[in-house]
Design a protein around this ligand. Sequence first.
Ligand SMILES: Nc1ncnc2c1ncn2[C@@H]1O[C@H](COP(=O)(O)OP(=O)(O)OP(=O)(O)O)[C@@H](O)[C@H]1O
Ligand SMILES: [Mg+2]
Length: 229
Amino acid sequence: MNPSPPLLDVRELVVRYGAAVAVDRVSFTLRAGETLALTGPSGCGKSSTAAAVLRLRRPAGGEVWFEGRELTRLGERELRPLRPAMQPVFQDPYGSLSPRQRIRAAIAEPLRVQGRWDAVTGPARVAELLETVGLDPAHGDRLPHELSGGQCQRAGIARALASDPRLLVLDEPVSALDPSVRAGILNLLAGLQERRGLGYLFISHDMALVRHFADRTAEMRAGRIERIV
Ligand SMILES: Nc1ncnc2c1ncn2[C@@H]1O[C@H](COP(=O)(O)OP(=O)(O)OP(=O)(O)O)[C@@H](O)[C@H]1O
Ligand SMILES: [Mg+2]
């Protein structure tokens, strides 16, 4: 009995930049509620793998199955309704928000773009998302540079959650943060996963962190997964 397909099933993924092969036949699966870490030295292909999974870059080969659907053959239009379900969280919290957009508007934007904005429920949803990530309502009125790095990363997570994702692709989500605020963000992510059953593809070069945070760890080197432990 194997009722549901994995959340994410990546098969023999290949990513090329010109003639250079950055990701060389990488395969892994991820279930809802599970964290798979991708780790390995700089340049080994972690972010390229993430970009291909999120289809920020079209893979040169292989398959990406998300909730039982193969994505690599889908065009942009067919992909659009699926995009909200898979959201990125990047390393630089300021870089992932628009510098002149207030936090409240940044969190509201996915709701508006996806046609889910409503004058009554919209603001309430934004307020709820701020609270979910541990920000005060007043933080919603600020610009990104008026927040600390940790607060800004929380705002980025709130914006990702506005799309009701099932998969978060987290590319070094705490690496740019002061060590003193990392644990708070990781606790937030752990709690969100537990309550919402989110799947995390969690990229980090920090082996100690990965061992503590991930259910399984894929160790990459030179574009290949050497082992998954
Ligand atoms: N846009 C690009 N154009 C050309 N080559 C690229 C591009 N992005 C990445 N690469 C190359 O692809 C390989 C994999 O890079 P990638 O960014 O995926 O590594 P990474 O594991 O995320 O490294 P880091 O830990 O430094 O973030 C590297 O050799 C890199 O130089
Ligand atoms: Mg990277």
